[in-house]
Ligand binder design. Structure first.
Ligand SMILES: C[S@@+](CC[C@H](N)C(=O)[O-])C[C@H]1O[C@@H](n2cnc3c(N)ncnc32)[C@H](O)[C@@H]1O
Length: 206
């Protein structure tokens, strides 16, 4: 891994994820997490201030980039529940099956190289009565925006640490073994190809 990917990219990704529209999206989904929570691609810890401390028992923060998670130090010190960094990719989660109450994933399904095996792993570690809480950007509904998503994707992915603009988020969630129970969508303010958001809750399919 080059110096750009290892040291500069985490700062660029952190900056890109810090925006006010994203913060408002975090406020909508993160407080839903309860019990033993697994956050996928926890990044620089931007969701930490939004968890409801009265509901979270323990947080497994899965993040393969040590440099990204190291940026969360100050935010970690402020939370009232225990946190544990899980240094792994979501395609092979080092946790026992059916041991987690909530899996939270925000703005990571765009980047995870193999999202379907990753979602299958999230389903495996979730209890059957557990919830997948998600908020992601992805494939837009408008043909013109989709064309730009497909045009821009190769360069965007190279510059953005592997982020894809055009992933079919609900399709991936369903293919990973989940039934979507609630979902909302909208464009956030900003560049349309990068801002079509999907957020909601899904249950593991028995
Ligand atoms: C755009 S950032 C989002 C960070 C954070 N979830 C947020 O909402 O701010 C994408 C994150 O996915 C992580 N990631 C990349 N590959 C991954 C994988 N295979 N499994 C889990 N996370 C991965 C990256 O290291 C990065 O922290």
């Amino acid at each position: 891994m080059g110096l750009y990917s290892k040291y500069l990219m985490p700062r660029i990704v952190d900056f890109a994820c810090r925006g006010e529209p994203n913060r408002r999206q975090r406020e909508k989904v993160v407080p839903r997490a309860a019990g033993r929570v697994l956050e996928i691609g926890a990044g620089s810890g931007l969701n930490l201030p939004h968890y409801d401390p009265g509901k979270v028992e323990h947080l497994f923060a899965l993040e393969p980039s040590a440099e990204m998670w190291a940026m969360s130090g100050e935010l970690q010190r402020k939370v009232e529940f225990t946190t544990q960094h899980v240094a792994a990719g979501a395609e092979a989660i080092p946790l026992e099956s059916a041991t987690v109450d909530t899996v939270l994933v925000t703005y990571s399904l765009c980047t995870i190289p193999n999202p379907t095996p990753a979602l299958e792993e999230m389903r495996r570690v979730l209890r059957l009565d557990g919830e997948l809480v998600f908020c992601e950007h992805g494939l837009a509904p408008d043909a013109g925006v989709r064309r730009w998503q497909r045009r821009l994707n190769p360069i965007w992915k190279r510059m953005g640490g592997g982020c894809n603009l055009d992933r079919d988020i609900p399709g991936l969630v369903r293919d990973g073994g989940f039934d979507i129970r609630e979902m909302q969508t909208m464009y956030l303010p900003g560049l349309k190809p990068a801002t079509y958001n999907y957020w909601g809750v899904a249950s593991p399919r028995p």
